[in-house]
Write a protein that binds this ligand. Structure first.
Ligand SMILES: NC(=O)c1ccc[n+]([C@@H]2O[C@H](COP(=O)([O-])OP(=O)(O)OC[C@H]3O[C@@H](n4cnc5c(N)ncnc54)[C@H](O)[C@@H]3O)[C@@H](O)[C@H]2O)c1
Length: 596
């Protein structure tokens, strides 16, 4: 028989605690909600009321339900109020000594059979448990932010947590409508161990002025389908909490430099810029606690103003190449009203590309996304050619040929001879240095990277890669073109992986390392990222879709350029590639796709 939980206690009503109170009270469980002072208690109460009022306003909760929910919560100052609860969840700041003091006190106050749980993200549950006389009844119950929304709970059992306590907590999670994964006590558990290296890397990019906060966030949202960009997520987590999590993970998790908190974080925390909860972090919010971002001195100028800023007029565009990317890019430009000259290496290839573009446009018509007239007009704007000299009078060339530097350099040298002055020359490379391509011409100031995502007609993001020689005019032109294509252009420097791949692939590689270390299963790791962080796919699903060979190549490039030891490709990834398990395309990668 699973244990009955009729009353639970929550200690600390900050970002997480207030949400955890809501989760219990929504599910009919009485809660004693404890804070350290009257002021903090009132803030916690206000957070809960604000959240439930918003749920009512959105029609997700009836008024009577809200009133019943609030009536289940008893707000108190001091731990003594917890003498009669069946379970306590502690959600105070991420400091070991503070948590240990609280657990020693809870051990004294709570009834002997009560379960004591911590919501810690990175501290050792084992170390917290030994502050009590009942370490076998101590467990980690790690909720995700915002607790009422995110489905995942990581249940952390130490070597002494008793099996029935684990089973009771798992049953409780189910009652709360959550999906739980039970794991052992390791720094960062599953989700944070994979998330925080990525978040810290994004802060480092921002700190190095590699890209703006808006562009870093837009890149990860639009390029990977994440619910939030990394800097906005840092603001939601709270920069003080994030700092402590990183610091603990660095110390507990093998001193991986990627977890050494970016210096900027410490400065922001010291300056009181804690994120949403203080009203200002990477972004500025309407008021403390508000999710609404308001413009500040770093907010970019309105798009039109930026576009007027020296962009050249572009009417005629050349697209070189005959692969998937070239085909998609031809369609994108033609649909946006540009006159397009497609150049391939022969009439046969041109015919194939033409067929592929027609098929794709026809699909748009069938799906009701494009009228027949628009399709015909788009096709009418495209000229098919196998002669590079036909690009003599275009205004922009987009190169999308094979990912080999020698081929691209030779092509750019030819374009340099053929094209008229003032043309913008763009490469769609996803891994080669744009500057190498630029220096193959006599006009490196006119060369820029335009990194489209696959499938180009659908993916809304383009990374605009500026080399140290790219002129402001070229960059402005690239931004204006992206806007006309209806894409979000994000501007970044010429570094391996640009924004998206540099932030994405080390995370995928870390997931492989976690699997290799047998900390968890591919299924649980995928669940953790989808249900805990709202990712559209788990890392192993995504690796199988992208292709393990492609992923390994990108990871190797990142490692070679940045020499970051943590970026070394996971041996398991290398072995799978060697074995020919490349993902969906070969029927087998991390999962066997031949069996249904
Ligand atoms: N922020 C997140 O996204 C997130 C997600 C999952 C887990 N966590 C973990 O949850 C815990 C809380 O983090 P947070 O972000 O909610 O912190 P927070 O700073 O927002 O809130 C902490 C609260 O604890 C209260 N408190 C401090 N000392 C207390 C005491 N002695 N008795 C009672 N209350 C006390 C504070 O007044 C404050 O309201 C941490 O262990 C953190 O790692 C955080």
């Amino acid at each position: 028989m699973a244990r009955e939980f009729t009353r639970v206690g929550v200690v600390g009503l900050g970002t997480m605690g207030a949400g955890i109170v809501e989760v219990f009270a929504r599910n009919g469980i009485d809660v004693t909600a404890v804070e350290i002072s009257d002021g903090a208690l009132e803030r916690g109460r206000a957070t809960l009321t604000g959240s439930t009022d918003r749920a009512v306003a959105k029609g997700k909760l009836a008024e009577a339900e809200r009133d019943a929910l609030l009536a289940r919560v008893d707000f108190r100052v001091g731990l003594d109020a917890l003498h009669d609860v069946d379970l306590v969840i502690e959600a105070v700041p991420e400091h070991l000594d503070l948590k240990q003091r609280i657990f020693a006190e809870l051990d004294r106050v709570c009834k002997p059979e009560a379960i004591l749980a911590t919501n810690t993200s990175s501290l050792s549950v084992t170390e917290i448990s030994v502050a009590t006389t009942r370490p076998n009844q101590v467990i980690g119950i790690h909720f995700f932010n915002p607790a009422p929304v995110m489905k995942l709970v990581e249940v952390v059992r130490t070597v002494v947590t008793s099996a029935d306590v684990v089973a009771d907590v798992e049953a409780l999670c189910e009652r709360l409508g959550k999906v739980d994964v039970t794991i052992s006590d390791r720094a960062g558990f599953i989700a944070n161990a994979l998330l925080f290296g990525y978040l810290n890397h994004a802060v480092g990019m921002f700190e190095a002025r590699y890209a703006t906060r808006e562009d870093i966030d837009a890149a990860m949202k639009l390029g990977c389908g994440l619910p939030m960009g990394p800097l906005a997520l840092m603001d939601l987590i709270g920069l003080d909490t994030a700092y402590e999590i990183l610091d603990t993970m660095y110390r507990r998790g093998g001193r991986d430099r990627r977890h050494a908190p970016a210096p900027l974080l410490k400065q922001m925390v010291t300056a009181g810029l804690l994120g949403r909860k203080s009203g200002r972090g990477f972004y500025t919010y309407e008021r403390p606690g508000s999710p609404k971002v308001v413009p500040d001195e770093h907010t970019p100028l309105a798009a039109e103003a930026a576009l007027a800023d020296g962009a050249r007029a572009i009417a005629k565009v050349g697209v070189v190449g005959s692969g998937t990317m070239a085909t998609g890019i031809i369609e994108v430009f033609a649909k946006a009203g540009y006159e397009v000259i497609s150049v391939t290496r022969g009439a046969e290839k041109s015919a194939k590309v033409c067929e592929a573009v027609k098929t794709s446009l026809n699909k748009g018509v069938v799906r009701g996304k494009l009228s027949e007239t628009d399709r015909d007009d788009a096709l009418g704007r495209i000229t098919w050619s196998a002669t590079l000299e036909h690009l003599a009078d275009v205004d922009l060339v987009v190169e999308a040929v094979i990912e080999e530097l020698s081929v691209k350099k030779a092509l750019f040298a030819s374009l340099d001879e053929i094209c008229k002055p003032g043309v913008v020359l763009a490469t769609t490379t996803s891994s080669l240095p744009v500057i190498d391509v630029a220096m193959a011409t006599q006009r490196p100031a006119d060369v820029v990277g335009l990194h489209f995502f696959n499938p180009a007609p659908i993916m809304p993001l383009v990374e605009i890669v500026q080399t140290i020689r790219t002129s402001a005019e070229t960059s402005a032109t690239a931004r204006a073109v992206c806007a006309k294509l209806g894409k979000t252009g994000v501007v970044c420097g010429d570094r391996s992986g640009f924004i998206v791949n540099a932030l994405l692939f080390p995370y995928l590689n870390d997931a492989v390392k976690m699997l290799e270390a047998s900390y968890s299963t591919a299924d649980d790791i995928d669940y953790a990222m989808k249900l805990g962080c709202g990712y559209p796919m788990g890392p192993f699903e995504l690796l199988d879709v992208v292709g393990l060979d492609v992923s390994l190549a990108i990871q190797r490039e990142l490692y070679l350029e940045l020499r970051e030891p943590g970026f070394a490709p996971a041996p398991l990834l290398e072995h799978l590639v060697t074995a020919g398990y490349l993902g969906r395309k070969t029927g087998r990668g991390f999962r066997d796709h031949t069996r249904r």
